[in-house]
Structures are given as C-alpha cells and as structure tokens.
Write a protein that binds this ligand. Sequence first.
Ligand code: TNX
Length: 516
Amino acid sequence: MSACSGGGGGTTATPPSTSSNSVTSGTTSPVGSVDSTALERVVPEPSNITAAAGTFTLTGAAAIHASPGAEPVAADLAACIKQQTGLAPQSTPSINATIQLVLQPTGGDASLGTEGYTLAITPTSVTLTAATDAGLFHGVQTIRQLLIGAKLQAGTITDRPRFAYRGVMLDVARHFYSVADVKAYIDAAALYKVNEFHLHLSDDQGWRFTVPGWPKLATVGGASQVGGGPGGYYTAAELKEIVGYAASRYLTVIPEIDMPGHVGAAVSAYPTLACDGRHHGPVTTASPGYDALCTTSESTYRFVDSATEAAADATPGPYLHLGGDEAQALDLTQYDAFIQRAQNLVASHGRTPIAWAEAGTAPLLPQTVLEYWNTAQPQPYVTQAADRGTKLIMAPGNHAYLDQQPTPDFPLGLHWAGYTPVSKAYDWDPVTVLPGIGPSSVLGVEAPLWSETVKSLKDAETLAFPRLPAIAEIGWSTPNTHNWPKFSQRLADQGPLWDKLGIAYYKSPEVPWGQG
Ligand code: TNX
C-alpha cells in the first residue's frame, strides 16, 4: 500500500474530463509550441532543463511500467497522480507503457550520482531514469510539481543535488507532535528532495523517547512542554514507525539527544544526573533552564551510553546528534571533557557524531561533524576545526532557522537572529556564509524548526512554507541557478499544490502568488 508523500491533509481531486484529442487540447501548450516556462516551475531548480514541443496528457488509460526494483516508487507515483488528478494509472508489465520508471544501477549516466535522475517527457511518453530508487523518488517529486491539471510540458530534465546532506530539523521537545503530524512534516519536506530528518528528541522542556533501564526519562521527563501541556513521548515502536516512514520518503532520521546543557527534562527525571541534585526542569517556559549534566560523575556517562545506544538502536542511519549547544552552566574544561567522552560513546554505538558548533572547542574525532548555527557570535573554533578537516552542516540562524519570524508582526516565531523574510532564507551560499571555510568543508545544509512558539502541525507548516523550499533549493541547486525573481515565481507556482495537499503556508507579500 503506497501513499503519496505530501498529502496529509489534502483534498481528493476529481478526474478531468478528457476529450479524444486531449493531447492537442492543452490550454497551456498546444502541440508544436515550446513552453519552457511550464518546465521552469520546479523547486529546487533542476540542473538542466530542455523544453520540447508538445504536451503529454494523462488519461484514464495511462499505465506505469516499473523496471525491477522500481516498483515501490512507481506505486508512489501512481498514488501521487491519483491524488493530484483523480486519474488512477495501473501498473503494467508492458514495456510499451506510456509512463516508464527505469532503475539503472549500472550503465546509466554516472554523472547523475546516487540521487540524480533524468526525466524525459514527449507528447506520448514519460520516462524517468535513475541509478537508485532515491533518484527515481526525487524525479517523482519533479513530476508532481510539473503537473498542470493532467498535463506535462514536453522536454528533458537532468538533475542531481549539489550537497549530499539536505536536512530539516523538527524540535519535538518544546512542543510534542503526534506520529501522524511528524509524518506529515516529513511528507512536506520530501516534496523538496530533502534527505535528512533531524529529530530534536530532548531538551529542558521534554524528553521524547524511551530508554531501556531509564524509564522515568519518558514518563517523567516526557510529561511536560512549553506552556505546561501534557507533552508526550514516542514508544520504541512509534520511533521505529517514524524512521520507517521517513525511509519510505528517502529521508534518514538523525536522532538528537541534547547534552550536556538543555537537559532540564532528563535531570527532573533523574536528579542525580546534576552534580548537586538540583535542577530547574522540566521547564514549561520557552527559556532554557541552564541545567547541566554532572560531567565528573560516572553515572552521567552510563546515562549517555544508554541513551545514545537506544537512539542508535532506533535509527539505522549513519549519524547521531549529541547536541552540545548552550551549556552555560559548565566551564570550558568540563564542557570539552564531556564532549570528548560523549562523541566516543556515540562512535562506540557505530554512529558518526554530529554536534552543534560550540563543540568545536573540544578535540574532535576526525569523523565528528559540526552544525553551524549561531550567526550572532563569532566562533573562531569552527573555522579552526574546519581547517583540521572537520565537516560542517550549515544552518545559519539568520537564513536557515525556520522559527525566526519573517516579519515583526508575524504571529509565530522568535527573532534573536533577526527577521527572516523568504528572500533572506534564499539569499545565501553555504560555502561563503561563514568566511574562511573552504567548499570541501561543507557537507550540506539544514533548516531547523525550533518549537518554543509552535503548537501544532499547522503552526509548523506556516513557519516552514515557503522558506523550507528556499533552504532545500540552497542545498540542491547549483549557485548559477540563483535568481530571486525567478525563484519567487517558482514558489508562487507551488501555491496551488500546497492548497491541494493541505499544507499551510505564509502568503508572503514577497511572492507573486496567483500570477503564474
Ligand atoms: C537556539 S540553535 C537554540 C535552541 C533554541 C533556538 C531558538 C541551538 C543549537 N540552540 O535551543 O530553540 O535558538 O531559535
């Protein structure tokens, strides 16, 4: 059973009435004309677009052939087409089908890498080719965005990402979100070819997953959130369900356990984790409680070992985020010593550690990745770590933080990094945003959504759209495609799709909605 990603709250389309000469009846592009603008609506902007004459029109007779291994993505495409057009293409063993999904692990276009694809549309056929199912899935997202009614402009798109790491982060600690809401957020991100889902699972206000041997982390530490609501936590089965769902949308879950600061919820469950047994948590206000783990106590490291092991067991991906931000209650010696031991414990569970950039003060393992966020304070140790070979994920607060208000009167969000209108979310380059960093240091980009002010999925989507697609484009597209007027038009073209899918979004006055 396949569901189309991005369709959480969507409405079901009714099939268009198709006339016998429907191929020639396109209102946007009659046969013979080349309407390149109809192909220039995809976000993120593809690497290469060549428009051709004519239009492919889906009819009730459309059928999809999947080459061996491409069946799951083909089923997803069929579900997406049904959702958007009301037409239900059948799968067919015939290699003469009008829609072909071709998985070509070898012998294809090697320049497309592990996530690229080629999409060839003629008036009579649609052929999507990739070396991996992830590439095919990304191509399906392109088809979804190109569909105007039941029509696709003819042409060829070849496409591949600029960066390997294209992430979004959801903070489920400040406010808790149901599994269904998390899945809907994953769906919305997948539409923009995001491939990493960073889940901020613990903070002062809540601990959100179960850890064997430490039951009160979830039952006590999970029973709170900003504003004093009931909070909640994911059982091991629920976390597995999120991980599996993300994988079906080609996103890898990166669990984060934030330590040694931002631990109010954990310390409220097990006060001995603090040196003096005193703590502020679980905090129900938005501000951090400045609790810290006792860095000189062996029981702290037994806790870190158990928690990181549980997170690693739940998530098969290569990374595990150990937090490391804003540990104000510790001095640098205590902090650095903790980071060293914590990263070793993460590595001992077979995962590559990621930490917020502050961890750059500590001696890092060669594989530890830093996530750059704090644009408000100079952090020379970040560039120094990069000089020593540390890879960076770029999430600059003043461009990529989806929780920053777009305008002063926006009802949701914070503004410590400044107001972030859509144009500013789009206006940066990961390899130049931090002076002194070479391109080879940059693993990719991330758009975090902190949830102090974010009470519901609708709130989350309203902050994330249309800025999440902007960050996704920064991560996927090459800098030579960078063009705000064109990008804002392409964003406007996404509006009807979001309306159809039930994705809430901010109708920013910077975007020419409804003029496309
Ligand atoms: C800073 S970014 C934090 C978070 C807050 C966020 C609000 C980071 C690593 N720490 O704890 O939620 O600002 O924008």
